[in-house]
Design a binder for this molecule. Structure first.
Ligand code: NAP
Ligand code: 12T
Length: 350
């Protein structure tokens, strides 16, 4: 599609789980788009995707495909980003990268607009979109940090299979059918497509997301730990994480334990803060059994918080339940929101 006014946007990984949500999110927003380029692997060339009633052909992601592009949204895996993001920048594009390729690079801002939009002012062409589980947690933590200070965070996650791409979604569907039909099946994707062993996800829980590191934590856990410190500008914040995959399709849920600096805070104060916090919807009422769930958060852009309780032993400790659509705020929406902020803050040139 071509218009005279607006920006030339490219989506890299346009046929994937995240890429599809990026296209849908762009469709629902008013960001001025003059041209939309949809890029994927050679395998997808010839396919078309509908955008605002028009069929757009998928093109192969090559360095030349970025000629004239203003903003490139990348979600085709880390190796594609490492290869092609610099090529896009060389041709004048600003890249919003959804992979872990550049997140911990000190030259690259790692941005959640509700928390650190100011970091967009200093970029060298690439802005990193954080890990999905990290994004929803810091949106809920930032208002607490600002009002009462943060000492420690301990999080356990309950993550949806769509985080691992369309192959993982298909695996859960097929395995669930087979399990209920008493048929044999061979796990081939989860916990991690490229790892040595695969385990059933249907009717199971897998305490491994992404590959193991030398310290016994998985890479997903280390992403949550390191990215939280970077986004919140708190290098010495104590953070620990346990990341678990569960057999549902969309939205990650998290049980978050926080210790505030202030030890004179009550639950009502936290509720009042989160009620007004940007990007947060408070759903918390034990009397009416009100709390968010992965299904209730699906398709929405907000981060939902409930089950807020004071720890029974530590005066500065609180427990929260945080749920958000991993493909929206966790990926596509956060990236499009960054693109909108770049335009709003006039930060498209380096
Ligand atoms: P997916 O459903 O498997 O889709 C992968 C996409 O990458 C497809 O569009 C695929 O195109 C494209 N691709 C693969 N190889 C390519 C190549 N050689 N050249 C160009 N395009 C290629 O995966 P997904 O769940 O959308 O995730 C994609 C990436 O986004 C992940 O690898 C991860 O790095 C990132 N991600 C980030 C978050 C987050 O936390 N923010 C969450 C999920 C994913 P074809 O259809 O042509 O193969
Ligand atoms: N392996 O881009 O499997 O940091 O759920 C996000 C989600 C990597 C990422 C997952 C992953 C990322 C997953």
């Amino acid at each position: 599609m071509t218009n005279t006014n607006g920006y030339h946007i490219a989506v890299v990984g346009a046929t994937g789980a995240v890429g599809q949500k990026m296209i849908e999110t762009l469709e629902g927003r008013n960001l001025p788009i003059a041209k939309l380029s949809l890029l994927a692997s050679k395998r997808s060339v010839g396919k078309t995707v509908s955008f605002k009633g028009e069929d757009i052909q998928i093109e192969e992601a090559t360095p030349e495909a970025f000629e004239g592009v203003d903003i490139a949204l990348f979600s085709a895996g880390g190796s594609i980003s490492k290869q092609l993001a610099p090529e896009a920048v060389k041709r004048g594009a600003v890249v919003v990268d959804n992979t872990s390729a550049f997140r911990m690079d000190p030259e690259v801002p790692l941005v959640v607009p509700e928390v650190n939009a100011g970091d967009l002012l200093n970029h060298n062409g690439i802005i990193a979109n954080p890990n999905c589980s990290t994004i929803q947690m810091v949106v809920a933590l930032e208002p607490l940090r600002e009002a009462f200070g943060l000492n420690r965070v301990i999080v356990s996650t309950y993550q949806a299979v769509s985080g691992a791409g369309t192959v993982a979604v298909d695996e859960l569907k097929e395995q669930s059918q087979a399990f209920l039909n008493d048929e044999d099946y061979t796990p081939e994707v989860l916990p991690v497509k490229g790892d040595k062993n695969h385990y059933p996800i249907a009717f199971n829980a897998l305490p491994q997301i992404d590959v193991f590191q030398d310290n016994g934590y998985t890479f997903e856990e280390m992403k949550m730990i390191n990215e939280t410190k970077k986004i919140m500008h708190m290098p010495s914040l104590a953070v620990a994480a346990t990341c678990v995959r569960l057999p549902f399709f969309t939205s990650h849920a998290e049980s978050v334990y926080v210790e505030l600096e202030d030890d004179n805070v009550n639950v009502d104060q936290l509720k009042a803060l989160l009620q007004d916090a940007p990007g947060v919807v408070l759903e918390d009422d034990p009397d009416t059994q009100t709390y968010p769930t992965p299904l209730s958060a699906e398709g929405k852009r907000d981060v939902f918080v409930g089950r807020i309780r004071k720890d029974l032993d530590n005066a500065n400790g609180f427990h929260l339940w945080v749920v958000s659509d991993n493909l929206l705020k966790g990926a596509a929406w956060n990236s499009v929101q960054i693109a909108e902020k770049l335009i709003e803050k006039n930060c498209l040139s380096k």
